[in-house]
Design a protein around this ligand. Structure first.
Ligand code: FPP
Length: 248
């Protein structure tokens, strides 16, 4: 697979890539280990993906690290994921600073354990002025939760007379989402052979190209990301127009 990176056209890179990191549990099971072993090994794939995106010049990378639905997993697994988050966050500060990467989160972070919240906030504050790339962690995130919150916020503005009903637009909705200020993802990657969106960025991926790979998340490496970007670059994005219009 060497040389595949050179085939990427740096002028037509997606500015925002979103990833559903899936398959940690199955990867561990295949090795006769606990599911948490899969999550631990998924951290290396996170590092590789962040590094590869920053090196290429991708501006936003969003990783689905913990969904609202993940709270239904066994307590042991939730605790392991939370500890992994804290240890990874504190270990990665140096790398994020050296590589000029800003950290942000989307999701209901109020529901996270206070230790996780504290570590996250520290890293968000310390990296706030970094400009090369923004790494967005989706934590306790689901699209329906996000949209419900947006509807509540908009309804409150209308009720308080701050916003007219007729003024509600796509732009107003965008401004009330967790992703306010971010470009829409142009490429969504899901690993592990599952072909689902699982309540992830439903509004934002309206025009995203979807890329599915059978690779399990702990096996995901830079080359797999390059393959996904190449596949994206070989597609024609028409946004509802005809091929002739797009190429005119
Ligand atoms: C999905 O695999 C993966 C998760 C729910 C967690 C992802 C977390 C990490 C990769 C580790 C830490 C992340 C960061 C950002 C520091 P699964 O458990 O659903 O696998 P399965 O479908 O095979 O059961």
């Amino acid at each position: 697979m060497s040389g595949i990176k050179n085939q990427i056209n740096l002028n037509t890179l997606p500015s925002h890539i979103a990833v559903i990191m899936d398959g940690n549990g199955r990867w561990a099971k295949m090795k006769g280990k606990l599911r948490t072993f899969g999550h631990e090994n998924g951290v290396k794939s996170v590092r590789e993906t962040v590094e590869a995106c920053a090196e290429l010049g991708v501006k936003y990378l969003t990783l689905y690290a913990f969904s609202t639905e993940n709270w239904n997993r066994p307590k042991f697994e939730i605790n392991a994921l939370m500890s992994l988050l804290v240890s990874t966050i504190s270990k990665e500060e140096k790398t994020l600073m050296e590589n000029n990467i800003r950290l942000q989160t989307i999701g209901n972070t109020d529901s996270l354990p206070s230790k996780v919240r504290k570590e996250l906030q520290q890293l968000i504050d310390r990296t706030a002025t970094n400009t090369r790339m923004t790494l967005v962690l989706a934590l306790s995130y689901s699209s329906r939760w996000e949209l419900t919150e947006a509807v509540k916020a908009i309804a409150a503005q209308v009720a308080e007379g701050k916003l007219k009903l007729e003024s509600i637009s796509e732009d107003i909705i965008n401004q009330n989402l967790q992703t306010v200020g971010m470009p829409e993802p142009e490429l969504l990657i899901r690993t592990s052979g599952e072909h689902r969106i699982s309540n992830f960025l439903l509004w934002q991926i309206s025009y995203a190209e979807l890329y599915f790979t059978d690779v399990l998340w702990p096996d995901f490496r830079k080359e797999h990301l390059y393959e996904a970007i190449l596949s994206y670059q070989q597609r024609e994005r028409r946004f509802g127009m005809t091929s002739e219009q797009v190429n005119a």
